[in-house]
Design a protein. Structure first.
Length: 450
């Protein structure tokens, strides 16, 4: 099973460090090992992905650790005061966020008893009643597959190029960015705002919203060298999907050095001012998925959220800069079977950014009591709202809008991570928009659910 060691309830936890960037990903696993890689150089059958089962998990932090080598976590008193005041995570320069805490019996990552837990989420405090709009650049990415000579691979006279630009219109019209009616808001809103309002229903003012303001940014191009990818073809010979080696792919996204240069997608976008510490960026791909450890049988990651960590400058008081982003792929209908399609990955990652923008970077914020997902396929101790549900039989919530049936993912609400009974969320539910996806609390778990 491709990510079994990271997804199993009995697996070890992912590595965390004060100086490491964290990645939380949406994955599919199991089944690709049976695919036959013999149709052509690096080609696999188009139906090879249909046997995979949806899962989510956290990937080991891989990028930019040295950039934050001088970062020191705020002391416990500062953290507690910030959580009480809701003023955001102290000591960083990043997207607007508010902090809070809850009390629940549980074990910390090392197995020690802990009762108070802290979180940081995107936006302003629910009881402030303030609407926050966050710039959300969408960066379409063109992926070129290179042959052994370093030229664009051509199969049957067709260049093997994946173009994220062709999905931009549908993404802009989707529940992630367009407005729709939801039961948690008097006015039409975006799905991630509706989910966040559901979590804080007992405190949310009618005027409290966290909205994304999308802008289509400059198209960026990456080239995958020969040997770092597999691909599948449509019946007409056009490119259906790409499976890329995660280490190669991610190194093309994130700046490896400081000062940042323009040789990577995020580096170029940061230098152009299109991605800032106050934005939430989406790197939009068309059917481009990842496999880990250069092993195609460890497949497939459909998206992840992370932040590019850069040192501070005199201009920002020398605060470490966190550029929050997600890599998400548009998913063509039927590619994986079932309802996993269109914006499932993007909605998952955006909801997780809202609830957990910094992915437990300081070993304090967004660490939760250990929990086990309803499907039993995910055990973790971090506030990842999409991971809990992804293993369910029907994790998506179809929404028809703007002439298209979209499949955003259901998400878990804060009350579930707080082990609240009854839930203080909208409708006393533990998930939204579909409350049936998480009908009950997790059992109280020990480290790694052992």
């Amino acid at each position: 099973m491709s990510l079994q060691k990271k997804l199993s309830p009995h697996s070890g936890r992912r590595t965390r460090s004060l100086i490491a960037r964290s990645i939380a990903g949406l994955c599919l696993s199991a089944g690709l090992a049976q695919a036959t890689f013999a149709l052509g150089p690096n080609e696999i059958p188009i139906d090879a992905l249909k046997g995979l089962n949806p899962h989510t998990g956290s990937l080991t932090a891989k990028h930019g650790a040295a950039k934050l080598s001088g970062f020191a976590a705020a002391d416990a008193g500062t953290i507690q005061n910030a959580a009480t005041q809701g003023s955001g995570v102290p000591g960083i320069d990043s997207v607007a966020n508010f902090t809070g805490s809850f009390v629940a019996a549980g074990l910390d990552p090392l197995g020690n008893p802990q009762s108070k837990w802290y979180y940081a989420m995107v936006g302003s405090r629910p009881d402030d009643g303030r609407a926050v709009s966050i710039d959300a650049p969408i960066i379409p990415v063109v992926v070129k597959l290179l042959d052994a000579s370093g030229n664009v691979l051509v199969v049957n006279n067709i260049p093997m190029i994946s173009d994220g630009r062709k999905d931009v219109g549908l993404v802009l019209d989707s529940p992630v960015f367009a407005y729709h009616h939801y039961s948690t808001s008097e006015a039409p809103t975006q799905i991630t705002d509706a989910i966040q309002r559901a979590s804080f229903w007992n405190r949310a003012e009618d005027s409290w919203h966290t909205m994304l303001r999308p802008q289509v940014a400059t198209t960026r191009v990456i080239e995958l060298p020969f040997g770092s990818y597999y691909y599948g073809l449509n019946p007409d010979g056009t490119l259906a999907f790409v499976l890329a080696s995660d280490p190669v792919f991610s190194n093309l996204l994130f700046p490896p050095t400081y000062p940042v240069d323009n040789t990577t997608i995020l580096g170029a976008a940061e230098l152009a001012g299109e991605v800032t510490t106050k934005t939430i960026a989406t790197l939009l791909f068309d059917n481009v998925y990842l496999y880990e450890n250069n092993d195609p049988n460890q497949c497939c990651v459909l998206g992840y959220h992370e932040f590019d960590a850069e040192p501070g400058t005199a201009a920002n008081g020398n605060l470490p800069r966190f550029y929050v982003m997600n890599y998400s792929s548009w998913i063509s209908p039927g590619l994986f079977g079932g309802g996993f399609q269109d914006v499932t990955a993007l909605s998952h990652e955006m909801a997780e950014i809202f609830a957990d923008p910094f992915v437990g970077f300081d070993n304090v914020h967004n660490i939760t009591p250990w929990w086990l997902s309803p499907s039993g396929g995910q055990c973790n101790d971090i506030l990842e709202v999409g991971d809990v549900i992804e293993g369910n039989a029907t994790p998506t919530y179809p929404i028809t809008m703007n002439g298209y049936v979209y499949h955003p993912q259901n998400e878990t609400l804060l009350s579930w991570f707080e082990f609240q009974s009854p839930s203080r969320a909208f409708g006393h539910a533990y998930s939204y928009p579909d409350p049936t996806q998480v009908p009950a609390l997790s059992p109280v778990e020990t480290v790694n659910c052992k």
